[in-house]
Write a protein that binds this ligand. Sequence first.
Ligand SMILES: Cc1cc2nc3c(=O)[nH]c(=O)nc-3n(C[C@H](O)[C@H](O)[C@H](O)COP(=O)(O)OP(=O)(O)OC[C@H]3O[C@@H](n4cnc5c(N)ncnc54)[C@H](O)[C@@H]3O)c2cc1C
Length: 404
Amino acid sequence: MPEAKDFDILISGAGIAGATLASALSGQGLRIGLIEAQATANTPLPKGTSIQDFDARVSAITPKSSALLEQVGAWSSVMAYRACAYHHMTVWDAQGTGMIEFDRDDLGVGCLGHIVENRAITSALNAGLAERNDVTRFSPAELAGCTVDGTGAVTVSLVDGRSLRADLLVAADGAMSKVRELLNFQTREWSYGHKAIVTTVQTQKSHENTAWQRFLPSGPLAFLPLPSAENLHLCSVVWSQEEARADELMALSDREFSVEIASALEHRLGDVTECAQRWVFPLRQRHAVDYVQPGVALVADAAHTIHPLAGQGINLGLQDVAVLAQEILAAVEAGANPGSIEVLRRYQRQRKGENLAMMAAMDGFKRLFEQDALPLRWLRNAGMRGVGRIAPIKQLIMRQAMGL
Ligand SMILES: Cc1cc2nc3c(=O)[nH]c(=O)nc-3n(C[C@H](O)[C@H](O)[C@H](O)COP(=O)(O)OP(=O)(O)OC[C@H]3O[C@@H](n4cnc5c(N)ncnc54)[C@H](O)[C@@H]3O)c2cc1C
């Protein structure tokens, strides 16, 4: 007789993707186990009276993603804490006159999206999960091994020696996914040769609820608006730079860095008057050849990582989660095993093409803006101006970026 299973679904990783999946599957008669290496923070999130109170890791959440977070009961807590709606986007080329602007009025929507600190989302999701009795949380607990037997059941072992069995293991364990490595999922990946410097800055002028992005030959720079606390004008910045230049910028004092970054944005928001702690992330494009094996599925960063220039990473990941949850629930409703390869392939078919298309577009953008040759510079500047004048094309780009 086959060994009894402890859970129907095990999820490794309770970041935004894993915690959203657990929330979406909860309340449907499934036994769910959620394994997270880090301890859950029990302290309330900081109020935001100083620049240091903001999480350096933020995401531009599209309306489609906020709708999913709303559906799982987390979005109202995120909004009650803090998020900044952005109404406008200004994108321009450092080498020439090319510029394109997007505005909520072009689409007749309330906002183009929200800039949210990542921990605000995970904290809201975790608070909701703590009240569900069909989700058992293992944290801090690290997945150390996993095997799939002939019947398709998955056995997971934790670093502390515990062993858990389930019909399906979902890897939501991030870019360096342990599950992906243990089960030999192949990936196609390469380094962009860039690192992203991430921090929070205070600027002289208001950000005007605008996401600002300047394409420099050495990489894109984004100033993303944060909620204005105590009349501070705060932005989260992501500055993608060639590796050697990123190391130089990281070695500067806060004062020197503030001068450099204000100048890189052409002082559109005046001087940068303060800068919080800086973090640096190496940037790699990575895509799993297959997202699924019998009994196992990869989602979000475990399946794909993408250049942050268009802020699409977690938005793609949340769409993986939405589709996988839908396929799992449909299978269970039909009396099928949610870990069967037929069910999982339906998820893969719906997500792989869209993820690949977005990754290719971001890669193309990055390469195009790195080119110094005059004809290419002319082409991209003319292209930006041209697209800016053709309302239907502009709307199409915006709707795509917003996941509408
Ligand atoms: C500089 C930068 C800027 C970005 N900006 C944006 C943006 O504006 N918009 C956007 O959409 N995306 C953005 N992204 C991408 C976004 O941050 C990621 O796509 C997102 O955080 C991935 O979420 P995830 O839940 O898949 O993985 P993660 O957030 O990495 O979560 C994985 C979780 O798994 C846990 N874990 C790992 N290994 C184990 C193990 N063995 N056992 C148990 N638990 C484990 C980890 O502790 C972690 O909690 C950006 C990325 C970078 C680097």
